[in-house]
Ligand binder design. Structure first.
Ligand code: PEP
Ligand code: MG
Length: 593
């Protein structure tokens, strides 16, 4: 492939996978170089081929274990678990049995048999919906590449012995590739494929290497040695950058690095305003594996555990015992900090095989979340029972999604009491005083927050849904995306009403929608009186920094002023102006492009 020389600057937009800015020559990794041929074997060659296969299996096992230990030292346990799943793939009994059987029957070289087996496994995993299966499929390819390289006595030299700093450009990188990287030389990663939550993205974040994935065709546009820029905060890659652009990015890089160094010091410090008002800064997770990242980023608990992902990533229902293991794992890692486990929010766009979902005209207005759980009490009971049992060691709380009236809350609490009674009868311990809260994400709940607050222990405002239901704007529809905003005066009024109702009843109120993680909204939310913010783990340090730099009187004044505007644009303009004045050095301003 040849890159076009002397070209004008090209900007590509992908997915911001790991923050930071990198400027360096590209190192283009071409596709897998190993060629596989099905060589016919004589009968007399079969025993030696079996021996060769077994040796390669062992060599691959040892090399995966080595990579795993390297990952433990470099990035910690969470990342190392990726290689546990590689070992499981390698040790798959089917792989061993089918290979031996076909060797005897078809008499072809073992690489061809393995390649076919792995490709089949890869295709069937890729055909499943969801990030989880897609990652498992990538793991299969990764293991297959190692095993075949070992059979052929080849070493993957592509990333060994780098002598100067580069930005790796590849169609995609496997976790094994990434963990081999020396972050001293590989200062950035740009790939055609991949999303924000792929294993590779998780690894690059742990290694602190800026990365942009999902750039579609960057491998067709660059060649090795060509200087490029990537911005892992905005998801941009710039090819053929002009001198002026390079200079601007060098400045941004310097500012970003010094900002991050300063942020690290905040990790152990409490989240409080300059006058000592404590805000609980928690994180949202989809899967238990994210819990350690939350601690690493200085999170003070899990404010929203989206448990439906336990089902969605597997594509099947989980037994009560298996759920218990997952909830307990998160609770134990976080203890003594709180973990708020939200009961399944299935339905809407989250339908799954194994449950019969009706065909609906408007799924988001239909059979979703608490409505599904109340209609399938066995499902809810098993989940509540697992949460209760996990509540013994840690500080676990229960949260109900999409409550739209008091009756739903009462029905769910009644079922909870039944489950508690069953556990008592079976002498199984749990936290008798477990707190039960609700999400405020439907306008009817925000408007009747006074009554709801009398019968639950906490509120958590889900602005993602509250915005779509208040403004009648589908949260996932790009055609109306310009109308979707948490800064609409109607949304602010509902937030304000909910906080007032909670505080009047003496219960705490959190915000766990994406608005809570938007630095532009921090002053507003603190000023409205939110007690807790639950955000995506990656933004924890930045939000903590903002909170630790503001006085609660200033925040209150800003919030009161924001409530006086009539349009979202006015609200946003005012907040932008105020935030820029108070926090001129936030990366959100200077790394946006
Ligand atoms: C919300 O609606 O704001 C929320 C946090 O829930 P989810 O994004 O899972 O719907
Ligand atoms: Mg929601």
């Amino acid at each position: 492939m040849s890159a076009v020389k002397g070209r004008h600057e090209i900007e590509l937009l992908g997915v911001p996978a790991s923050p930071g800015i990198a400027i360096a020559p590209a190192l283009l990794l071409t596709k897998d170089p190993h060629k596989i041929e099905a060589r016919k074997l004589k009968d007399s060659e079969i025993p030696a081929e079996i021996e060769r296969f077994k040796k390669a299996l062992e060599k691959t096992r040892v090399s995966i274990e080595k990579t795993r230990s390297k990952a433990v030292t470099q990035t910690g346990d969470i990342v190392a678990r990726i290689f546990d799943s590689h070992l499981l793939i390698l040790e798959d009994v089917m792989l061993l049995e089918e290979t031996l059987e076909r060797l005897e029957k078809d008499k072809i070289s073992v690489e061809a048999i393995i390649d076919e087996f792995m490709q089949r496994m890869y295709r069937s995993l890729k055909a499943q919906k969801g990030e989880y299966f897609s990652q498992r499929a990538d793991d299969v390819l990764d293991v297959s590449r190692r095993l075949i390289a070992n059979l052929q006595g080849l070493k993957d030299e592509r990333l060994v012995d780098l002598k100067r700093q580069v930005i790796l450009v590849a169609a995609e990188l496997s976790p094994s590739d990434v963990v081999q990287l020396d972050p001293h030389y590989v200062v950035g990663i740009a790939t055609d494929l991949g999303g924000e939550t792929s294993h590779t993205a998780i690894l690059t974040r742990s290694l602190g290497v800026p990365a942009v994935t999902g750039l579609r065709n960057i491998t067709e546009l660059v060649c090795t040695g060509q200087e490029i820029v990537i911005n892992g905060n905005s998801g941009k890659a710039v090819l053929f950058p002009t001198e002026a652009r390079l200079k601007a990015y060098r400045d941004k890089r310097k500012r970003f690095r010094s900002f991050m160094t300063r942020l690290k010091k905040l990790r152990e410090l409490p989240t409080e305003t300059t006058d000592g008002r404590r805000i609980h800064l928690m994180a949202n997770i989809e899967l238990p594996a994210e819990t350690e990242t939350v601690l690493d980023q200085g999170g003070e608990g899990i404010g929203l555990f989206r448990t439906e992902y336990l089902f969605l990533t597997r594509g099947s229902l989980l037994s009560e015992e298996d759920q218990l293991k997952e909830y307990r794992r998160v609770a134990e890692i976080m203890a003594p900090n709180p973990v708020i486990v939200r009961t399944f929010d299935l339905g809407g766009d989250k339908v799954m095989p194994g449950l019969e979902f009706p065909k609906e005209q408007n799924p988001f207005l239909g059979w979703r979340a608490i409505r599904v759980s109340l209609d399938l009490p066995d499902l809810l009971k098993a989940q509540l029972s697992a949460i209760l049992q996990a509540s013994t060691p840690g500080n676990v709380r229960i949260m109900l999604p999409l409550i739209s009236d008091l009756d739903e809350l009462r029905q769910a609490k009644k079922i909870l009491e039944e489950v508690k009674e069953e556990l008592r009868n079976r002498k199984i311990p749990f936290d008798e005083a477990i707190k039960v809260g609700i999400m405020i994400e439907v306008p009817s709940a925000a408007l009747t927050a006074d009554a709801l607050a009398q019968e639950c222990d906490f509120f958590s405002i889900g602005t993602n849904d509250l915005v779509q239901y208040t403004l009648a704007v589908d949260r996932g529809n790009e055609t109306v995306a310009h109308l979707y905003t948490g800064y609409h005066p109607a949304v602010l009024q509902l937030l304000n009403n909910t906080v007032e109702a909670a505080h009047k009843a003496g219960i705490p109120v959190a915000c766990c929608g994406e608005l809570a993680g938007d630095p532009l909204a921090t002053l507003l939310l603190v000023g409205l009186g939110l007690d807790e913010l639950s955000v995506s783990p990656v933004v924890l340090p930045e939000i903590k920094k903002i909170i630790r730099s503001i006085h609660s009187d200033t925040a209150r004044e800003v919030a009161q002023k924001a409530l006086t505007f009539n349009t979202p644009r006015e609200v946003k303009r005012y907040l932008l102006r105020t935030m820029k004045k108070l926090f001129a050095d936030l990366p959100v301003w200077f790394t946006r492009d």
